[in-house]
Design a protein around this ligand. Structure first.
Ligand SMILES: CC(C)(COP(=O)(O)OP(=O)(O)OC[C@H]1O[C@@H](n2cnc3c(N)ncnc32)[C@H](O)[C@@H]1OP(=O)(O)O)[C@@H](O)C(=O)NCCC(=O)NCCS
Length: 166
């Protein structure tokens, strides 16, 4: 019998191939930076972003998405501000609420850590992700007009944040 429930857990080293597969196929010009996912990339984890920085979602025994949560600042005055530095769901698993479950898991984790704010950047044109974040209470903190040139088009960078202590 298949179990459609989505479970979330901390990533482990052996998740790397499944995470790399998602990384190489999930992003496009409206959501990511094509130069970072184009050709040749063979690792998902890096020295700065190892398994401990990731929560992964599983459904029917398959890894279907991840979210990366890190300290935004490496000094104590910025402690309490965490950053979502990546959120992606496998293309064929979208629209089933997995992104939503990952965002809820990160909120719970941030609260456990005593964080006061979760910050992230999203491309202005990424309407699917922006709606999702908005539904989860994220608000716009600022916009950087024409921040990136992606496939010949200028793209705004939008700073969003969820306040946990208000
Ligand atoms: C953004 C993203 C993580 C959302 O993941 P998800 O698991 O599809 O999220 P949910 O199912 O919780 O909600 C997604 C929205 O897409 C809609 N949707 C429905 N079917 C869909 C489908 N087949 N494909 C994509 N989206 C679909 C959902 O209804 C929902 O819309 P709503 O917000 O208007 O209700 C995913 O689209 C993704 O990986 N995108 C590329 C990377 C990205 O943009 N990351 C965020 C960068 S800041």
């Amino acid at each position: 019998m298949s179990d459609n429930r989505v479970t979330v857990r901390r990533a482990v080293d052996s998740d790397e191939p499944a995470l790399l597969e998602i990384e190489l196929t999930a992003w496009d010009a409206t959501s990511g930076f094509p130069s970072l996912t184009a050709g040749g990339r063979t690792n998902f984890f890096t020295e700065r972003s190892g398994p401990a920085a990731h929560l992964v979602a599983e459904q029917d025994g398959r890894l279907v998405g991840y979210i990366r949560l890190q300290d935004k600042y490496p000094f104590e005055e910025g402690a309490g501000v965490l950053a979502v530095n990546g959120l992606a769901v496998a293309v064929d698993a979208r629209g089933r609420g997995i992104g939503s479950v990952l965002l809820d898991a990160v909120t719970a984790e941030a609260q456990r850590r005593g964080a006061r704010k979760i910050a992230l950047h999203v491309h202005g044109v990424n309407t699917v992700a922006r709606r999702l974040y908005e539904r989860h209470g994220y608000v716009v903190e600022g916009t950087h007009p024409r921040e990136f040139l992606i496939d010949g088009q200028y793209v705004d960078a939008v700073d969003l944040a969820l306040y946990l202590d208000v």
